[in-house]
Design a protein. Structure first.
Lengths: 184, 137
């Protein structure tokens, strides 16, 4: 039997919501409840890029294990920012956002960059402004969990952060043991 | 971090990422998920790759670009994934990284270092996703 359509993604557990959303998009059974006529990226004839967009969007909405979408991984200032990327393997066209602030639908902004610009990567506040001009809403991306995590991190005597050559030293073994190592 | 690869019925391949990055990062920091070839890469003529891990290190190696280009030069997905991870581990032995690589004909495999990595997949007529556990090199 044909292995296609095929969806493969990092991690398991809560991340299979993305696997299923992408697969169902390709299989023509999108669970999207939006009106296709008003959806600029309608899944009525889903392609691989539609499926990737659907999978990423589902994971953002589900906040997969807290590392995707709003409400997770606060920075030193307690703010949640988002990174996302889409790449079309037919054309090698890329749309991406980095350090996206106050907009939850990062993959959708990346889709706009992919299809509605000649650029590859928009960052920070200007990526936010671009998203807002395309109708996406600004909102606070913090959650009770991210605020608590940030408060706890600030309360520690040593800050297991990403700075180097400073005091407190984030490489101090006692500091390293004080918090799990963060990663992407 | 989610990194996801899709191949449609016509063989078109796409890949993408979405993440809120590393906790307690310095404001303004961007991770590897936004960097083409690092968090994901795809070429419909060859295959695709998705990655997760220590993004500040991984973006220095573009492991997904490396893996896809290795497949273009004839490597199998498993070998391409292991080669890309080994290149990072050789310079950063403590790096945590997980890669999943898919060839254009649908063969997939993973490689990891620093942790046990998992990936999920669903294809053809499968009713649900299956999970593959990848031991660290």
């Amino acid at each position: 039997p044909s292995p296609f359509p095929l969806v493969v993604n990092t991690w398991a557990g809560p991340f299979t919501v993305a696997t299923d959303a992408a697969f169902l998009a390709l299989a023509g059974n999108s669970s999207s409840s939006s009106d296709p006529s008003s959806d600029p990226f309608s899944l009525s004839a889903a392609t691989a890029i539609d499926a990737v967009h659907a999978g990423c969007t589902a994971c953002e909405a589900a906040r997969c294990d807290g590392t995707v979408g709003p409400g997770g991984s606060p920075d030193e200032a307690c703010e949640t920012t988002l990174d996302a990327l889409l790449i079309d393997g037919r054309t090698l066209n890329v749309g991406a956002v980095a350090g996206l602030r106050r907009v939850a639908a990062a993959a959708t902004v990346a889709r706009h960059v992919l299809e509605l610009t000649g650029h590859s990567l928009l960052v920070g506040d200007q990526a936010t402004a671009y998203a807002v001009r395309h109708g996406l809403a600004e909102e606070n991306l913090s959650s009770a969990e991210s605020r608590a995590a940030c408060d706890a991190w600030r309360a520690r005597g040593c800050l297991p952060n990403f700075r180097a050559g400073v005091v407190p030293d984030p490489d101090d073994p006692e500091c390293a043991a004080a918090a799990p190592r963060a990663h992407d | 971090t989610l990194s996801l690869i899709a191949i449609d019925a016509r063989g078109n391949i796409a890949a993408g990422t979405t993440t809120n990055g590393a906790a307690h990062k310095i404001p303004g920091r961007a991770g590897d998920a936004a960097i083409p070839g690092s968090g994901a890469y795809a070429d419909s003529d060859v295959g695709a790759c998705g990655a997760t891990g220590d993004g500040d290190i991984m973006m220095r190696f573009l492991p997904c670009y490396q893996a896809v280009e290795s497949m273009r030069r004839g490597m199998a997905p498993r070998d391409a994934a292991r080669d890309a991870v080994a290149r990072m581990a050789a310079r950063y032995p403590g790096v945590r990284a997980g890669l999943v690589v898919v060839s254009r004909d649908g063969v997939h495999a993973g490689a990891a270092c620093g942790w046990e990595f998992q990936y999920a997949w669903r294809g053809g007529g499968m009713e649900r996703a299956e999970v593959v556990v990848v031991e660290a090199l």
